[in-house]
Design a protein around this ligand. Structure first.
Ligand code: ATP
Ligand code: MG
Length: 883
């Protein structure tokens, strides 16, 4: 079976078991402050598991794009070196939210692997949780009992907390799990090792690996570490697609399957090097380096491409930085082991898209952008790499001079920190040159930096204090004030600041999401008024941030949004929709939104477009948007439109955004978008729209910043004031442009006159000086002390040499604005035949005027502080020349 067929068979199987087949959530997570990337299939169901979202349908299955490169799951350093961990991989999963539990999950997994896919049951081993006396959790006998229906006892293995107790994070849902492992060793390997598959489970043997993990969530871990029962049992399973494909295609490395081979073949073609598969047996160290590098590139190509398609570009911060680091890791391997000194990865994009574009259409749609961003990133990093290697070479040169053999760890860390050189690369280059690196020192520096980062970011959350049961209702699309109670609250400590987070039963507050900032305002009753300084969105609900708790948290309150700010944000949000529409009209349909930011006083919109937007295009866009504003088009809003219907009416969805079955669609005339934000009731509320800047944020991505309404008014006044001030400089001239033009003309003419005058002066002076020159031992010695600008004095000595190109020593001291300058000029024969050096002469002589300088052998100059020393310095040059 091909990989694509295997993916389909999984979906078909679980469909036949009444599971709803759902799409993968984006790999990049945008609205969860606790997680940057999807690292397991369950991430997108977190709300359901935490009980803040409707669990229907209770059976679901999908294939989920995952990335394990940061936080709790970080496989980055393994990738390429082993053959079964990837950064980006697909996780096949099935879920039950309060429907079937352990028995159902175990039976279905077995049926799929053995009856449908025909894996050999003798090669399969399963693990169950051995229990934890200190937490008072017994062994998972229940799971063991159900497994015993399918496998002999000696294929059931007890596992410890590390492998067999799954936790979402430090707090939250958790429970025991059962893993399915496959012994995929060849008969020769089995014979040679003499060990049974059972002995090798969870022992990091590359041929006895876990393929599927069935998690039985039944507890909730609280902040104090204790466990309570979950209100609904949850089944969460995850199977590594690439590992499954490898088993079914009879391979011994994920990279030998049809998922990776085309990308590896493409690399062979470009580099002229060869990759060796598992079947080809043992290889030399050099060949192994090539193999590892090709695996790294194949893997990272996928991770970076999928991130870009999901809207996460490489950048300097947060998720963007993680992606940048993955890309740089691939570049380093290609540079070091595949001899690719120029951008390379981007050349593999067409192969990836040809292989995976059907299953993941976002790749196909954005192929051009992916290639472009990747190439630009590679080029930029290769330049840094060159600089870093230069720095390392200098450091090694110094070590040679000092007769040392060890590079200190602080330098190695600086290379890492500024040039992205990981320790192994620095070590590699050092080793090739006969040096070692002080690793201990490096680690100390690394630790220090980590602590700095941790102290800056440390956030401590206490447990939620529950005041009442229930889910929050958001009423902010219709109201800005609403009666409410506090459902729960908790204390948060960040950098010694303390604040509280509140969840209300009903709230009109819009929590920060989709680029629109959160509302602020108050919650109040007759007894007190509490300020809400911000609100954010977490687990599908608005969390209100307040500095203090109300005296009686159980009382009834009015939640009141600050409507001045809210209206301004809403107008700006609506303006971004009109802007998006206008850009597509004026620049073309390729314009895709790549990010946006909407606050009460500004709006920002990032989009894909491959060249600068011209001034003329900007005007056209502004005119179209303002036309739509004046047309005062009313908001048409559909709260619960089925996803498919929304697509049918042409509503624009964003790549990399997570949508449910029902979506909210916001239309203003011809502009229709999937959007959860707050909007103006009609476009007229925007007042006026003006773009204030257009720039590039990354390869192929432009950014527009714009103002609306009141902010435009301010902008207009500011411009008017500046204009008035300028006009006053020119006696309030009516024709300001004409007057300024005239001044510029006059200025240019004057500048030319002065240059001419200076040239004449220099010419005359050079004649004068040569007439007065002394001859010492056949050398014409010209000296002078003048008042003139340093650059004119320099012209003067060059002029003297032009007129007298042999046997010349010319020393001109000049004073300008009470600072001395010393110029020394020699004819070439003085340098060649007499071995004189203007640089040396000037450096020594300048000390007499408290200065320093240098230059070339035939001409040098120096500045100084002490004008009184200038004459002595001139004499000193003549003396040092020793004619
Ligand atoms: P391992 O111990 O092999 O790292 P894990 O315990 O981290 O696996 P889970 O978190 O249980 O794995 O994930 C479920 C399944 O996803 C695993 O059984 C495996 O098939 C797959 N998987 C996990 N990590 C990776 C990875 N980095 N690359 C490819 N597949 C993976
Ligand atoms: Mg792992």
């Amino acid at each position: 079976m091909t990989a694509n067929e295997i993916r389909d068979s999984f979906k078909k199987f679980f469909e036949s078991k009444q599971h709803a087949i759902v799409p993968s959530a984006p790999m990049v997570i945008k609205d969860d402050p606790t997680l940057m990337f999807t690292n397991a299939g369950m991430n997108q169901w977190k709300d359901i598991i935490l009980g803040t979202r409707d669990p229907e349908p209770r059976r679901r299955a999908d294939t989920q794009k995952c990335l394990r490169v940061s936080g709790k799951h970080n496989d980055l350093e393994e990738v390429g070196h082993d053959t079964y961990h990837h950064t980006m991989f697909e996780m096949l999963g099935n879920w039950s939210f309060g429907d079937y539990f352990k028995e159902g999950a175990i039976d279905m997994a077995w049926e799929y692997l053995v009856d449908v896919l025909k894996l050999n049951p003798e090669d399969l081993y399963v693990t169950v949780f051995e229990g934890s006396p200190e937490e008072n959790i017994p062994r998972d006998d229940e799971a063991a009992k159900y497994w015993a229906k399918h496998v002999p006892e000696d294929h059931i293995i007890n596992g410890n907390k590390h492998d067999n107790f799954w936790e979402m994070g430090d707090t939250g849902p958790c429970g025991p799990c059962s893993e399915i492992h496959v012994d995929s060793r060849t008969p020769e390997q089995r014979k040679a090792s003499g060990k049974s598959g059972r002995e090798l489970v969870n022992q990091d043997d590359p041929q006895v690996i876990e393929i599927w993990n069935l998690v039985f969530m039944q507890f909730n871990r609280k902040a104090d570490g204790s466990l309570e029962k979950l209100s609904m049992n949850v089944i969460d399973t995850g199977m590594g697609f690439e590992r499954l494909v490898r088993m079914l295609q009879g391979k011994h490395s994920n990279y030998d399957t049809d998922i990776f081979q085309p990308i590896i073949k493409a690399q062979e073609q470009i580099t002229g090097l060869k990759y060796t598969t598992f079947e080809e047996g043992e290889v030399s160290k050099e060949q192994d380096d090539i193999n590892v590098a090709m695996r790294v590139c194949a893997d990272h190509l996928r991770a970076v491409s999928f991130s870009i398609a999901d809207g996460q570009l490489p950048s300097n911060a947060k998720a963007g930085y993680v992606i940048r680091r993955i890309l740089r890791r691939a570049v380093r391997y290609a540079y070091t082991f595949l001899d690719q000194k120029e951008s390379f990865l981007y050349k593999l994009v067409p192969t990836l898209v040809a292989e995976m574009g059907d299953a993941f259409p976002e790749l196909k749609a954005q192929q051009q952008l992916i290639s472009k961003v990747m190439k630009e990133e590679e080029d930029a990093f290769l330049r840094t790499l060159d600089k870093g290697i230069g720095m390392l070479n200098d450091a090694m040169e110094q070590l040679r001079k000092d007769q040392k053999t060890e590079l200190d760890g602080v330098q190695a860390f600086r290379l890492f920190d500024t040039y992205g050189f990981p320790l192994d690369l620095t070590e590699l280059i050092c080793r090739e040159n006969g040096f070692t690196v002080n690793e201990e020192q490096f680690n100390v520096e690394m630790q220090k930096q980590k602590e700095r980062a941790r102290n800056a970011a440390a956030v401590e959350n206490s447990d939620w204090t529950e005041l009442a049961e229930g889910e929050q209702q958001f009423v902010g699309y219709d109201y800005t004030e609403y009666e409410c109670h506090i459902l729960r609250y908790r204390k948060v400590t960040q950098k010694k600041n303390e604040f509280y987070e509140l969840v209300l039963d009903y709230t009109p507050f819009y929590g920060e999401m989709g680029g629109q900032v959160g509302d602020c305002g108050v919650i109040c009753n007759e007894a007190e008024t509490i300020e809400v300084i911000d609100s954010k969105r977490e687990n599908n609900q608005t969390v209100h941030i307040v500095k203090q708790l109300p005296k009686d948290p159980t009382a009834q309150f009015m939640a009141c949004v600050d409507t001045v700010k809210r209206d301004a944000s809403a107008a700006n949000h609506t303006a971004t929709h009109l802007l998006d529409y206008a850009l597509k009209q004026i620049l073309g349909e390729h314009v895709e939104q790549k990010g946006s930011f909407v606050s009460p006083d500004t709006l920002r919109f990032d989009f894909s477009h491959f060249q600068k937007v011209t001034d003329d295009e900007i005007r056209q866009v502004e005119r179209l948007v303002n036309q739509m504003i004046r047309a005062d088009i009313a908001l048409e809003e559909y709260r619960d439109m089925p996803f498919e219907e929304a697509k049918k009416i042409g509503a624009i969805a964003l790549f990399g955004e997570k949508y449910g079955d029902k979506v909210r669609v916001v239309c203003f005339g011809p502009s229709c978008e999937f959007c959860g934000g707050i909007h103006a009731k009609a476009t007229g509320k925007i007042g006026f729209f003006k773009i204030v800047s257009e720039s590039s944020v990354a390869a192929g991505i432009r950014r527009i910043e714009a103002k609306t309404g009141r902010e435009c008014e301010e902008l207009l006044y500011k411009t008017e004031d500046v204009l008035k001030a300028i006009r006053s400089f020119f006696n309030n001239a009516k024709d300001l442009q004409g007057v300024i033009q005239k001044y510029i003309g006059e200025h240019d003419a004057m500048k030319k006159d002065i240059e001419l005058f200076q040239a004449q002066r220099v010419f005359n002076l050079s004649m004068e000086l040569l007439e007065k020159a002394r001859i010492i031992n056949g050398v014409t010695v010209v000296t002078a002390k003048t008042v003139m600008m340093p650059n004119v004095a320099k012209d003067l000595v060059f002029k003297v040499r032009e007129r007298h190109p042999e046997n010349l020593l010319c020393v001109v001291g000049s004073v300008f604005e009470n600072k001395p300058t010393l110029n020394v000029m020699l004819s070439d024969d003085m340098v060649q035949d007499r071995g004189l050096n203007a640089g040396q002469l000037v450096r020594e002589a300048a000390k007499l005027m408290e200065g320093g300088g240098g230059g070339q052998p035939h001409f040098a100059s120096a500045g100084g502080k002490n004008v009184d020393g200038l004459s002595a310095a001139i004499d000193k040059v003549i003396e040092l020349a020793n004619l």
